[in-house]
Design a protein around this ligand. Structure first.
Ligand SMILES: Nc1ncnc2c1ncn2[C@@H]1O[C@H](COP(=O)(O)OP(=O)(O)O)[C@@H](O)[C@H]1O
Ligand SMILES: [Mg+2]
Length: 374
C-alpha cells in the first residue's frame, strides 16, 4: 500500500488498479480473472435484485415460448452490482452465445457493422459502458436494433453508397453506469430496462457464502456479517474483502473466517464498520474536527486532507452522502449528526451546524453517478 492514501486516480475515475483500494467499486485487471470464477451462471444462482431478476425471467421465458429473440435489455446501475454477470446469464438462459464489447472499444461504425453481421441467429451482443459509444456507431445501432439491418457504406466521397444488409435477429444487452447520458433514441429502443440497486447486508451475506464455497474458505455467519456490513452494498467489494480476509485468516489464524478474524483483517486494511476507508475518514474528520462540522468548501476540505478537490468530490463524497454522513449544501459541506457519532465525537453544544440543510438530491445524485463512471 502506498502513502498517504492508497487511491490513485488515473485518467478519469478508474481508480488505480483496484488492487490497493479495498473499497473501490471498480475491478482491477487481476481481479477480473478472479471475478469470472465467482460469477453466477444462471438466474437461479443470481442473488438479490429480486425485481430485475423476476422481470427478466419473464421476458426471457416469454421470448423462448414464442420462439423469438427477447427485447433488447438495458442494465443500469453503479459498478460492481452484477450487470456483466446478468448479461452473461441472459446468454446462458437463452442457450445462445454472448459476444462482448464495450462502448469505448467501438471506434468506427464499420467495426460495429462487422460485429453485427457476424452474429448467429439469436446471439446476445453485450455492449458494456454503452453510454460511451461513438455517435455514428450509435446511429447504426438504431436500425440494427429495430429492423435487424445495417447500412454498409461502400466507396468514399460523393460516390459512396449505403447498401442495406440483413443481419440475424439478436438481443442487445447494454450496461451503463450513467443511464442519464444515454440519448433518448437509444434508450427508447430497449424493451426492458433493469435498474440495479445496492444490496442489503443479508443479500451480501448470501453472496459471501456462495463465494466462500467456491473459494473453499470456511466462513462463519458472524464473519460474513462483519464483511457484508462493510461492503457498501456492493457484491464486488464484498468478494474483494472476503479475499483479503481469507489471506489474513490463512497467515495469521487457522484459516477460518470468524468475526474476530474478519474484524482484525479489515482493521488492518483500514476498512471501518461502515465501509469507510482511510481517506473517507480523513475527510470526515477534517470536516468535523478542523471545521467544526462545516459548512466548508470542498477545495478547503481537500487541502486539509492533502488531496485533490476532484478526488474528494468524486471518490469520497458520493459514498459519504449515500451513507448519510455528509451533506452538500449551497454554503458548503456539512457533517451530519451521524458523522459526529461515527467518529465518536461529542455533538457540539447548540447542535449540529446544519442550518437549513436539505441534501440536494440533484447535486448528490449527479456526483454519485460520477463515482460510478467506469
Ligand atoms: N447477484 C449476484 N450474485 C452473486 N454474485 C454477484 C452478484 N452480483 C455481482 N456478483 C459478483 O460481483 C462481481 C462483480 O459483478 P459484475 O457483474 O462484474 O458487476 P458490474 O458489471 O455491474 O460492475 C462478480 O464477479 C460476481 O462474482
Ligand atoms: Mg461490468
Amino acid at each position: 500500500m502506498s502513502a498517504p492514501f492508497d487511491r490513485s486516480l488515473t485518467g478519469e475515475l478508474a481508480v488505480g488498479d483496484g488492487q490497493d483500494w479495498a473499497v473501490s467499486p471498480q475491478a482491477g485487471d487481476e481481479e477480473r480473472v478472479v471475478e469470472s470464477a465467482l460469477r453466477p451462471h444462471s438466474l437461479h444462482d443470481f442473488i438479490g435484485q429480486p425485481k430485475v431478476a423476476r422481470q427478466l425471467a419473464l421476458v426471457l421465458e416469454g421470448a423462448k415460448r414464442r420462439g423469438r429473440t427477447p427485447d433488447h435489455v438495458l442494465l443500469s446501475g453503479p459498478p460492481g452490482l452484477g450487470k456483466t454477470s446478468l448479461a452473461l446469464i441472459i446468454g446462458s438462459e437463452l442457450g445462445t452465445s454472448v459476444k462482448i464489447t464495450s462502448g469505448p472499444a467501438i471506434e468506427r461504425s464499420g467495426d460495429l457493422a462487422a460485429m453485427l453481421s457476424n452474429l448467429a441467429p439469436g446471439d446476445v451482443l453485450f455492449i458494456d459502458e454503452i453510454h460511451r459509444i461513438a455517435r455514428p456507431a450509435e446511429e447504426l445501432l438504431y436500425m440494427a436494433m429495430e429492423d435487424f439491418r445495417v447500412d454498409v457504406v461502400v466507396g468514399k466521397g460523393p460516390g459512396a453508397t449505403a447498401i442495406p444488409l440483413e443481419i440475424n435477429p439478436f438481443t442487445l444487452v447494454g450496461a451503463t453506469t450513467r443511464a442519464g447520458l444515454l440519448t433518448g433514441p437509444l434508450r427508447d429502443r430497449f424493451g426492458f430496462v433493469g435498474q440495479m440497486e445496492f444490496y442489503e447486508p443479508a443479500e451480501l451475506q448470501q453472496v459471501l457464502a456462495r463465494s466462500a464455497d467456491l473459494l473453499g474458505v470456511e466462513l462463519t455467519a458472524e464473519g460474513s456479517a462483519e464483511i457484508a456490513g462493510r461492503s457498501r452494498g456492493t457484491p464486488r467489494i464484498a468478494n474483494r474483502l472476503l479475499r483479503r480476509v481469507r489471506d489474513y485468516a490463512e497467515v495469521e489464524a487457522d484459516g477460518r473466517v470468524t468475526r474476530e478474524v474478519a474484524e482484525a483483517a479489515l482493521a488492518l486494511y483500514d476498512v471501518d464498520h461502515l465501509g469507510l476507508d482511510r481517506l473517507d475518514r480523513a475527510v470526515l474528520e477534517a470536516l468535523v474536527v478542523k471545521f467544526g462540522g462545516g459548512p466548508v468548501g470542498v477545495a478547503t476540505l481537500a487541502v486539509a486532507v492533502g488531496e485533490e478537490p476532484h478526488t474528494v468530490e468524486e471518490v469520497c463524497e458520493p459514498f459519504l452522502v449515500r451513507a448519510g454522513l455528509l451533506a452538500r449544501t449551497p454554503r458548503g459541506r456539512v457533517a451530519t449528526e451521524a458523522a459526529w457519532q461515527h467518529l465518536g465525537q461529542p455533538l457540539p453544544r447548540g447542535g449540529i451546524p446544519l442550518g437549513r440543510v436539505t441534501a440536494d438530491p440533484q447535486v448528490s445524485g449527479a456526483s454519485s453517478e460520477a463515482l460510478f463512471d467506469a
